[in-house]
Design a protein around this ligand. Sequence first.
Ligand code: ADP
Length: 402
Amino acid sequence: MKILVINSGSSSIKFQLLDMAHESVLASGLVERIGESQGLIKCTLRPGTDKALVVEKMDYIADHTSGMRLAVEILTDKDQGVIADKSDVGAVGHRVVHGGEDFHQPTVITSEVLAAIEKNIPLAPLHNPANMDGIRVAQELFGGAIQVAVFDTAFHQTIPPHAYHYALPYELYEKERVRRYGFHGTSHKFVAGECAKVKGRPLEELNLITIHLGNGCSMTAVENGRSVDTSLGFTPLEGLVMGTRSGDVDPAIHAFLARNCNMDIEAIDALLNKDSGLKGLCGMNDMRDIHAAITAGNERAKLALAVQTYRNKKYIGAFMAVLGRVDAIIFTAGIGENDEVVRAMSLQGLEPFGISLDREANSRRMKNPTLISKKKSRVQVWVIPTNEELAIARETRTVLSR
Ligand code: ADP
């Protein structure tokens, strides 16, 4: 069975075509700058093989439909393509950011499901409409394929009320559904599952802290294989320090900025989402640039790293208290998988809690799940690469077999 995975944003579509017989990637691509004067599509066919081919086209791409049509042309090209016909695609798995309280698991997309995704637009005003565009395009172009929605929020629907409620007037939850939802669920679930595999134990027996550190960052407490708390909240802004997002701040800062800095609500929202985090502290949001700047003596870059890793440590402590027994801590995503310094600083001083990092193992480059704690460490520490496309494809396959 071939599954196409689509992650549709407001002006871009990421896609990956997988052959599920071997979970191999047949093609992987990105359509960018949809609706702008010059769009771009880049697609790698047969990546990682000796027949790999990169196809790039620049053209005006009016909308998501034209973008996806271009992708289909490349995928089905009779000389270089990877499928003979669109009908070779048996299912399309869609990343959908917000499923609200309606979806606890991946779901075949029907008109009722689309209506529910639409109903949740106020909770994710930028993401859900773009995800819906992707679904409509795929329904049009891959009419014969089953369409499945895989929600970023679904894994966290097991979080209990005492952890998902904010201490706000209860009516805000009843009327506006203000509560913690959590995000990056597909990634947290995937690495938790991979951890169970490498440990050779059922996921249902494991207590884990999964730490996703990419541009967006979040941490999840997993008890007996289920999410019981997570750092991202009502929106993907709460919790850890991210590339451009603040994470936790005193909520009174909003009122202070409005009263004293002449900022309206849109400006405050943009400040916290786009100009804060690592970028706000030192002007850079890519961790590689931050390390280079630290080497060159940049004090603000050093501060940004310290603030981020201190916040990570604080949340690890909180989630250890939530879980009691922790079998493993897992680092994943761009920073989590590649940055030994961030990992070491986030765990510094936690030896009394049974966490001992193996410095040599931590400094290795790793593409596969790797244990980076010492043998004597009561809590294991792992680096486990995430693969959201494969996770979505697997979830899609699971739905089909239900
Ligand atoms: P996204 O959240 O967009 O999926 P990624 O998981 O790809 O993000 O992570 C992107 C971030 O990972 C970059 O901003 C960069 O800071 C970081 N990163 C990538 N490679 C490295 C590396 N070798 N060392 C340190 N940080 C890295």
